[in-house]
Design a binder for this molecule. Structure first.
Ligand code: BES
Ligand code: ZN
Length: 574
């Protein structure tokens, strides 16, 4: 597959997109039929290059992968046009009612393609080993703005929005959003899209975006996509961020008011190199996307905000990784994981992120930063606009880096890092003085010092998180109340702090019937927050009943990737 040409009309009353896609492809075998991926779509017609109908059939459905759409082509066909519409089973699409937006006046739609959801709104070869350019013509209700992960070409005389991306990307990176949106520039090439009432505050919070792009370029080479904009979505967005080309999608929960959560932008921006430019060829190689991106993100953070800040985020991530490793099955702890017979989402955890980044940091440590940086620069340039496997990476690593210092190369156990569960013993651990200070204050409090007298002035989000996460098992309800009195955690507008606090509150049966938890679960759809909260609730009988009562109401407000996870935690029967 080479090119995708979309022509869709968005119907907010039917919750459906309808129209066609024209695919352009090579024909290595002029007699083989064309096989595409579809899931949750209704295909109504197929036609060839001459505009005449072609026979097609939809194969049996696999619950994870969907169905094969097989089109009988004529030997001369190099394009095919598929007419189709989406359904309620189109998991990529989330249609929000006006009440789920901040301004509460207009509905909202966004897509989420990664990992294998693009097939639920566009029939195509939905593998990250495939790369396509694309263009699109999108009809939307008057008054709403359409954005895509592409260059905006303005609106035609028919009122349709037109887009084009002339750089080849994996299909999971085709993305669309539609709502009542406004824009504020950050720089010549960068700016923020958000709902009208939020866009100025969002721009102020994310004003360092241009400095991040510049830092990233100075580290690992030119930004190759033209513009870099960020779209701040309504809180139902199931992820923190998604690296859609030219237009990162982000949760509004990163707007803490003090720029403390901007590492997420550094992360999604870094994917413009690791992920979008050099792409995992299969989902087994997901760590190539995320491990490289976390490493790169931390380098951007260090460059912009200093080594202390970078160390702080690294130690927090280490703690999280240790905790998660205790709960994951062995196969999920492997970087080059075995996904045979599994959905890519079953392999989703912090492992490809943090273990992947630790592997790269270990290489940096062994070979020295100057050599490692030159190696990475060569990695991005040498594989630009390609999809590669873990084996491709290992070969490049051996040829380009190991040959430069054989003694260093002898000290790394590639099999331990790539193919075995757990964390290798040479994983580089970072100690953060800023978090050591937090441990000290928590100790003083546990030893009896009143909460108000702790030296917490100037604590940033991550320090509060560490303060809460490090609480011992034996904390009483009275102690929880004392903390809440002093620091107002239950009323925190910072979702990271509030989420960690609510997990602790559930664990210690603190304020069981109180509102903050239900309110949070009803408004925020970010899976990273939903998962620990529902998991903690599900640990007791009363908690599970409460979780199910809240979920019954909240579930229609969540994206399919979130309900997929929470259904399992609550053993939800449809
Ligand atoms: N690409 C991911 C999101 C993703 C991964 C979507 C797998 C679907 C399947 C994105 O870059 C990401 O990692 N987001 C993180 C934030 C990041 C700072 C760790 C998130 O959403 O929490
Ligand atoms: Zn990522």
């Amino acid at each position: 597959m080479r090119h995708v040409s979309l022509d869709l009309a968005l119907d907010f009353s039917l919750h459906a997109a309808a129209g066609s896609v024209e695919l352009t492809f090579d024909r290595p075998d002029a007699h083989a039929p064309l096989t595409l991926d579809v899931q949750g779509l209704v295909v109504t017609a197929a036609s060839g290059a001459d505009g005449k109908p072609r026979r097609f059939q939809v194969g049996s459905e696999d619950p994870r992968l969907g169905s094969a759409l097989i089109v009988d082509l004529e030997p001369a066909d190099r394009t095919v046009k598929i007419a189709y519409h989406t359904t309620d089973g189109s998991a990529a699409l989330q249609w929000l009612a006006p009440e789920q937006t901040r301004d509460r006046k207009h509905p909202f739609l966004f897509t989420q393609g990664e990992a294998i959801f693009t097939r639920t709104w566009i029939p195509l070869q939905d593998s990250p080993g495939v790369r396509v350019t694309y263009d699109a013509r999108i009809l939307a209700p008057a008054g709403l703005t359409v954005l895509m992960s592409a260059e905006q070409l303005g609106r035609g005389p028919d009122g349709a929005w037109r887009f084009r991306l002339d750089k080849p990307v994996a299909p999971y990176l085709i993305a669309l959003a539609c709502g009542d949106l406004a824009f504020e520039p950050v720089s010549q090439r960068s700016g923020i899209w958000a709902e009208r009432s939020l866009v100025k505050a969002a721009r102020d919070e994310l004003v360092d975006t241009e400095a991040m792009i510049a830092a990233a370029e100075s580290l690992f080479g030119p930004y190759r996509w033209g513009r870099y904009d960020v779209l701040v979505l309504p809180p139902a967005f199931p992820f923190g961020g998604m690296e859609n080309p030219r237009l990162t999608f982000a949760t509004p929960t990163i707007l803490a008011g003090d720029k403390s959560l901007v590492a997420l932008i550094a992360h999604e921006l870094a994917h413009s190199w690791s992920g979008n430019l050099v792409t995992n060829a299969t989902w087994r190689d997901f760590w190539l996307n995320e491990g490289f991106t976390v490493y790169f993100e931390q380098r951007i953070m260090e460059r912009l905000y200093g080594a202390d800040r970078a160390a702080l985020e690294q130690q927090l991530s280490w703690n999280e990784l240790e905790k998660e490793l205790r709960e994951l099955e062995p196969w999920q702890q492997v970087l080059h994981m075995d996904l045979a017979g599994r959905h890519p989402d079953d392999g989703f955890s912090i492992v490809p992120y943090e273990k992947g980044a630790l592997f790269l940091r270990r290489l940096e440590q062994l070979f020295g930063r100057p050599r490692f940086d030159a190696f990475l620069r060569g990695y991005f340039d040498g594989h630009a606009f390609q999809s590669i496997t873990t084996a491709d990476f290992v070969e490049f690593l051996k040829n380009q880096l190991f040959t430069q210092d054989l003694a260093a190369a002898a000290r790394i156990d590639l099999a331990a890092w790539l193919d075995q569960p757990g964390l290798p013993s040479d994983a580089p651990r970072t100690a953060s003085p800023a978090l050591a200070k937090v441990d000290q204050e928590r100790q003083r409090w546990l030893a009896g010092l009143p909460a108000r007298e702790l030296a917490t002035a100037g604590f940033i989000t991550q320090q509060w998180q560490h303060f809460i996460q490090g609480m011992p098992v034996a904390v009483s309800v009275a102690q929880m109340a004392a903390l809440d009195d002093a620091f107002h955690f239950s009323a925190s507008g910072n979702s990271e702090i509030l989420c960690d606090w609510l997990v602790l509150a559930i664990r210690h049966q603190y304020r069981l019937d109180d509102q903050p938890l239900a309110k949070f679960l009803m408004s925020v759809g970010r899976r990273k927050f939903l998962k620990p909260l529902y998991t903690e609730l599900a640990k007791t009988e009363g908690g599970l009943a409460r979780a199910r009562a809240i979920y019954a109401q909240a579930r229609p407000r969540y994206h399919a990737v979130a309900t997929g996870t929470i259904d399992k935690i609550l053993k939800w029967q449809l």
